[in-house]
Design a protein around this ligand. Structure first.
Ligand SMILES: [Zn+2]
Ligand SMILES: [Zn+2]
Length: 281
């Protein structure tokens, strides 16, 4: 639970379901399906373990010490989402996807419409945001504050070396400022890069951006150029910069903002599990 800042409390609840789906429109040719759905186009199904994180917000009822009984939230999600989708084929057994691609984006639209329908959530605890994870490397979010605007996030990794130093400072000052990170021979990290884009899904593919395209741009612009490299010397835009995670995050954000055909909402760069930086539009 977190305090929302307006005297209310936010409560997040995780629920899970497993569904099958396929990216294939029978009215299109194989080539057209390939062009629309990219490498995931197939007339055969695959599936995922989905996780929904539903956040509701409300005032703590002094009589029960809760915003609302968690069971009420679970019951709504179970009735409207889990019982409809769990262990089912989204394409063949969920009416919402009769005329829509069963993408993460459209599944989010389905969840949003179900959980914000009048009378769905308990009135004392309306949903304010939710996150839907399709894979450990792919999730989406929608929230009330942004009038349920949609964003999706893809997670990438690269390993790189660096050294923190500022040539304008003395050795003593550098050592004091950067400590062990000033080590002349350098060191390195397994970086985790989360790229979040926002917009409306394409009505045909159901996708905000083809993941093939997103992966291709992020890989060619960042991952392939940074992975197993020394950030201070191998990467031109970082050479002679102070390669703190803050600076790297800003540089990555500016590159991707230019290259992506959709709006870049945020990047999150983790240098170590204790150091995570975020740059938002
Ligand atoms: Zn899938
Ligand atoms: Zn470091």
């Amino acid at each position: 639970m977190v305090v929302a800042g307006n005297g209310k409390v936010r409560m997040a609840r995780k629920l899970v379901f497993s569904s099958g789906h396929r990216y294939w429109s029978p009215e299109l040719s194989a080539d057209e399906n390939q062009a629309l759905y990219g490498r995931w186009a197939s007339p055969y199904s695959h599936g995922h373990n989905y996780s929904i994180f539903v956040t509701v917000e409300g005032v703590v009822d002094p009589k029960i010490g809760m915003v609302c009984n968690i069971k009420k939230i679970d019951d709504v999600v179970k009735e409207r989402i889990i019982s409809v989708c769990d262990q089912k084929s989204l394409n063949d057994e969920v009416p919402y996807f009769k005329d829509r691609a069963p993408s993460l984006e459209n599944l989010m639209k389905f969840i949003q419409s179900e959980l914000t329908a009048p009378g769905a959530m308990p009135p004392e605890a309306p949903m304010v945001n939710f996150r839907l994870e399709e894979m450990p490397t792919f999730y989406g979010e929608m929230n009330l504050t942004d009038t349920w605007k949609m964003n999706i996030t893809r997670i990438y990794n690269f390993s790189a070396g660096h050294r923190l130093h500022n040539d304008d400072l003395s050795e003593t000052e550098n050592l004091e400022l950067y400590g062990k990170c000033f080590n002349p021979a350098g060191h390195g990290h397994n970086y985790i890069l989360e790229v979040t884009v926002e917009g409306e899904p394409d009505p045909k593919s159901g996708m905000l951006i083809s993941l093939d395209k997103l992966d291709e741009i992020v890989s060619s612009e960042i991952i392939d150029r940074y992975d197993h490299k020394n950030l201070n010397v191998d990467v031109p835009e970082l050479a002679y910069k102070i390669t703190t995670c803050e600076v790297v995050a800003q540089v990555v954000f500016n590159i991707l903002k230019e290259k992506l055909p959709v709006k870049l909402a945020r990047i999150r760069l983790q240098e170590t599990p204790k150091n995570i930086f975020e740059v938002a539009a």
